[in-house]
Ligand binder design. Structure first.
Ligand code: ADP
Ligand code: MG
Length: 374
């Protein structure tokens, strides 16, 4: 996949940007706060319909503007190339209403995952092993959204049901609603929740081969790396995921009413990085964590390549400075094998000289991107 042309209007700090990118690695260099992450964020939004860092989509619209417009010509797709357009209108509450066109035809934002698959590796990913479970769930759910187009609708139904059910649990606690009223929302948590858990388990199974291969390549001497799904509703014997969720919801009902919150379901599950039967979160050195995270990113790249039939676009936001030369070398080799990749950095001193030599170098200053010198 390649972004051949990108055009932004009132997106973050870019009032207007119109740029064509050649094949191969694109190195974007500039001091802090000049718009490097925003540039990659624009590509992430076009590829996943969601920003990886904005709490609300309205933040993507330039201050003082009402809407943002993003447009990309994507090369290397099934049709040869696709034109993706998105308009984000800021709502009164700070959210953003999105409209998406692919080749001029209105599409649901969820359809974008297959048009422009992206793998982002950002500094905050360095916390993936030890950080909060939400980071790991989001990362896996984003991958699912890119490989199973139907999943976006299920995930948002589940999230809405959870809000409703939690409100109702609090009303039941206050004596304002009857416990029977929970039944409807229980079914959504059980049905959509089980679907989400099954997708997560299936995706982890698909990641397993590429993950251990990548890990083996980066750290040949270390014990194999695995990902394990940790759920609060583990099926017993012949139970399905659904049966287990139903059983656990019944068991936990009193506690849930007491807490006024849904305690069982995929929103409370976790994914552990495991090596030699030990969870890396509690046992690994920083170096081992970094190796695991890098292997996980490379495995995502492999999984998307298989599922889409084309290598995705790799976006590396300021991560080279976080990696030692040995780990950098693995990334550089992968970048070299991709049709295109974007790498941001505050200084090319952090990059492998061979990568810089093979790249198109851009220098970024507030609101502008110019092809620059090495
Ligand atoms: N909605 C917005 N409108 C205008 N400017 C913004 C908006 N959101 C962020 N910015 C500004 O964009 C600048 C660039 O941010 P960023 O892309 O994170 O830079 P970098 O990654 O190069 O450090 C920041 O100075 C920030 O204040
Ligand atoms: Mg940045």
């Amino acid at each position: 996949m390649r972004v051949e042309r990108l055009s932004l209007t009132t997106f973050r700090s870019y009032s207007t940007l119109e740029v064509s990118f050649p094949d191969g690695p694109q190195v974007v260099v500039g001091p802090n706060a000049t718009g490097k992450t925003s540039l990659l964020e624009a590509i992430v939004v076009l590829g996943t319909a969601r920003s990886h860092r904005a709490g609300q989509d309205g933040e993507l619209v330039s201050w003082g503007a009402e809407f943002a417009r993003l447009e990309a010509e994507v090369g290397g797709t099934a049709q040869g190339s696709d034109k993706v357009e998105m308009v984000i209108a800021r709502t009164a509450t700070g959210g953003g209403r999105k409209r998406v066109l692919v080749n001029g035809v209105a599409r649901r934002p969820a359809a974008l995952g297959a048009t422009l698959p992206v793998v982002l590796f950002a500094p905050e990913d360095m916390l993936l092993v030890v950080g909060s479970p939400g980071l790991r769930r989001n990362s896996l759910d984003t991958l699912i959204a890119q490989t199973v187009p139907a999943s976006a609708a299920t995930m948002s139904t589940y999230a809405r049901a959870l809000t409703q059910r939690n409100n109702l649990l609090r009303q039941v606690r206050e004596g304002m609603a009857a416990p029977d009223e929970l039944r409807y929302w229980d079914e959504v948590v059980i049905n959509d929740g089980a679907q989400i858990v099954d997708w997560r388990r299936a995706t982890l199974a698909q990641l397993s081969g590429p993950l251990s291969a990548a890990h083996q390549e980066i750290a040949p001497g270390e014990e194999p790396l695995q990902l394990r799904y940790l759920t609060n509703a583990e099926p017993q014997a012949t139970e399905t995921t659904r049966d287990a969720l139903r059983r656990r919801l019944i068991d936990t009902r009193d506690k849930e009413m007491w807490n006024g919150a849904t305690l069982i379901g995929p929103h409370r599950d976790d994914i552990a990085f495991v090596s030699d039967e030990r969870e890396l979160a509690s046992s690994a050195s920083r170096g081992q964590q970094r190796t695991a995270i890098l292997a996980y990113k490379l495995a995502q790249l492999d999984l998307l390549t298989l599922s889409v039939g084309q290598p995705p676009l790799l976006l590396l936001d300021d991560v080279f400075s976080e990696l030692d030369p040995d780990r950098r070398a693995h990334l550089v080799r992968r970048i070299g094998a991709l049709p295109q990749a974007f790498v941001t950095t505050t200084t090319t001193d952090d990059l492998d000289p061979a990568l810089v030599a093979a790249s198109t170098v851009w220098s970024v200053s507030p609101g502008q991107l110019r092809q620059g010198d090495r």
